[in-house]
Design a protein around this ligand. Structure first.
Ligand code: NCD
Length: 336
């Protein structure tokens, strides 16, 4: 696997690092032109403005209430290309497609497909575009989904690109928050690996559209990237860094916990330096607001004590379930 991935990164670097670097700046609903047709991609949460996010969440709510056409995507095919492990994202995209009457196809593992023979990502995407009506891609390299969109003749949805972005996760995070409270003006604690955690990056960006107050708490060296911090501050977002969740537990509405992204660490020693450095417990939550909710994109390792699971604050399993209606709304948006 390492060999294959390093081959891929070489290919991506060789192909266009400049374009990959543009991912953070990319804005607007991404569109590619292929043979005169407009192709809609979802690469970054920055592809949406607030009105578009609200509309998508409203659609997901209608879907959740069973108000949708169960045959809306009959005859359509979704290709899932996952070059990194996934349980929730991939299965909920596949479940979403099935609920709308469509079909999903995939290559199985990276080892089982022609990438292992040395095929470039660009060629794989060109080929898969001929088999499917949309492509969901997860890749260890930041910028890979944007690159894929440049070679695809069908819509591409980014299901996580390295330490970059994870827009579908953010949409379901926002959906889950909205089930408990109004999004506008919330106070949120983002805890954990804010450097490599793509869910944290996308969520922080989206919340800048909702006048949220952001409190960041991370182990040393895993702070929110300076470029993102500056970008969000320039948009008027209030961001405060803290050493400990206890400093803000009384005032936050949402506690968003993330896993340390071990797979993105240069070596295991630097991982073990920060591993298990924070943990949400019932004792800690005793100081939280009554209506405060705890979210986590999952999988969790040891960041949340399992005793938290039965508390009314714990919303992370509902959050992962919300992946289906939200991704149904996304699939309808790009394929209908
Ligand atoms: C997240 C990811 O892949 O970025 N998982 C997910 O999609 N729910 C979070 C993580 O892996 O820690």
């Amino acid at each position: 696997m390492d060999g294959i991935l390093s081959f891929l990164s070489a290919e991506l670097r060789a192909d266009d690092t400049r374009k990959i670097g543009n991912i953070a700046r990319a804005n607007l609903y991404s569109r590619g032109i292929h043979g005169g047709m407009v192709t809609r991609h979802i690469i970054s949460i920055g592809d949406f403005d607030r009105r578009q996010i609200d509309r998508l969440l409203d659609n997901a709510k209608r879907i959740d209430a069973q108000k949708y056409d169960k045959n809306a995507l009959v005859g359509k095919i979704l290709a899932t290309l996952f070059f990194e492990p996934s349980t929730r994202t991939r299965m909920s995209f596949e479940a979403a497609m099935a609920r709308l009457g469509g079909t999903s196809i995939s290559v199985g593992s990276v080892e089982a497909c022609s990438i292992a023979k040395g095929e470039t990502l660009a060629d794989t995407i060109r080929v898969v575009s001929g088999y499917a009506d949309a492509i969901v891609i997860r890749h260890p390299k930041e910028g890979a989904a944007r690159l894929a969109a440049q070679f695809a003749s069908v819509p591409v949805i980014n299901a996580g690109d390295g330490a970059g972005q994870h827009p579908s996760q953010t949409l379901l995070d926002l959906y889950t928050i909205r089930q408990s409270m109004k999004l506008d003006g919330i106070s949120i604690a983002l805890i954990g690996d804010l450097r490599y955690g793509r869910t944290a990056h996308s969520l922080a960006s989206a919340l800048s559209l909702y006048h949220a107050k952001l409190h960041t708490i991370s182990p040393k060296g895993l702070e929110l990237p300076t470029s993102l911090n500056t970008e969000l501050s320039e948009k008027g977002m209030e961001i405060t860094e803290h050493e400990d969740l206890r400093d803000v537990i009384k005032e936050v509405d949402v506690i968003y916990v993330t896993r340390i992204q071990r797979e993105r660490f240069p070596d295991s020693a630097s991982y073990f330096n920060v591993a298990s450095s924070y943990r949400i417990t019932p004792e800690l939550l005793a100081g939280a607001k009554k209506h405060a909710i705890v979210l986590h994109p999952l999988p969790r390792v040891d960041e949340i004590d399992p005793r938290v699971d039965i508390l009314p604050h714990a919303k992370y399993f509902e959050q992962s379930k919300n992946g289906v209606p939200v991704r149904m709304a996304m699939l309808l948006q790009v394929m209908q």
